[in-house]
Design a protein around this ligand. Structure first.
Ligand SMILES: [Zn+2]
Length: 233
């Protein structure tokens, strides 16, 4: 499985906000800045599936731009969107606020929306993707993505919770939220991740959604991925 890290930060850092391209055709989250980074790179042309983990702006704020470029390039195939409940209502509000009636019209005919449900598996290419609700805001999801017998986890934004442990137990490696430095009910802290690494020593941990504080606190304690890194599992 090829995983490209478009961004590795949270909002409050110079790093781009966290998002991933998986096997060149799945975009997991679409935060502000991700469109600008990928525009003209050729990467967007291959995306046929977009997964939105939750509706905070640093996870989906550039989606309208992605749809606009599909429209401008007259892409005729349909793009699958997997997102929490309420997608159309929110996407329509964004298009209306930004005066994008043509983008909305294109979306209505070329995006196929699928609601994420806890424990439900969906397929994309040769991957099986299981969505799990996690502890962040209502309707936030993490994922276990399997290619054959190999599973890679994505905590997305979460504090410690039962489903996070479920994802870790299935995974060979996990890209895990490490935004916080103090215990929190929204994000994992550096100490949370250090403790999970000790508990699940056979799993490789890749902390993401980093803040300048968590980057400083993790210094000399663990290796942190950078924007643009590509991993092959
Ligand atoms: Zn969030």
């Amino acid at each position: 499985m090829k995983i490209e890290l478009i961004g590795t930060g949270c909002t409050w850092t110079k790093r781009l906000s966290t998002s991933f391209i998986i096997n060149d055709h799945i975009m997991l989250d679409c935060p502000q800045g991700s469109f600008k980074t990928m525009f003209n790179s050729g990467k967007l042309d291959k995306i046929d599936t977009v997964i939105i983990s939750h509706y905070h702006s640093d996870h989906w704020a550039d989606l309208h731009l992605f749809v606009e470029i599909l429209k401008n390039r007259k892409v005729t195939r349909s793009t699958k969107i997997y997102a929490p409940d309420g997608f159309w209502e929110k996407f329509e509000s964004v298009c209306n606020a930004f005066r994008l009636p043509k983008t909305l019209a294109y979306a209505q005919t070329h995006l196929s929306f699928n609601k994420l449900t806890n424990g439900k598996v969906f397929k994309s290419g040769n991957l099986n993707i299981t969505a799990y609700t996690v502890k962040h805001i209502p309707d936030s999801f993490g994922f276990a993505i399997s290619e054959g017998q190999k599973t890679i986890g994505f905590s997305c934004d979460t504090a410690m919770c039962e489903n996070l442990v479920k994802i870790i137990k299935k995974s060979k490696a996990i890209f895990i939220d490490m935004a916080a430095i103090y215990p929190s009910d929204k994000h994992l802290s550096v100490n949370d991740v250090i403790n999970l690494k000790k508990e699940f020593e056979n799993v490789d941990f890749y902390p993401v959604h980093l803040s300048k504080f968590s980057i400083a606190a993790a210094k000399n304690k663990m290796r942190l991925p950078k924007d643009g890194d590509v991993f092959n599992f």
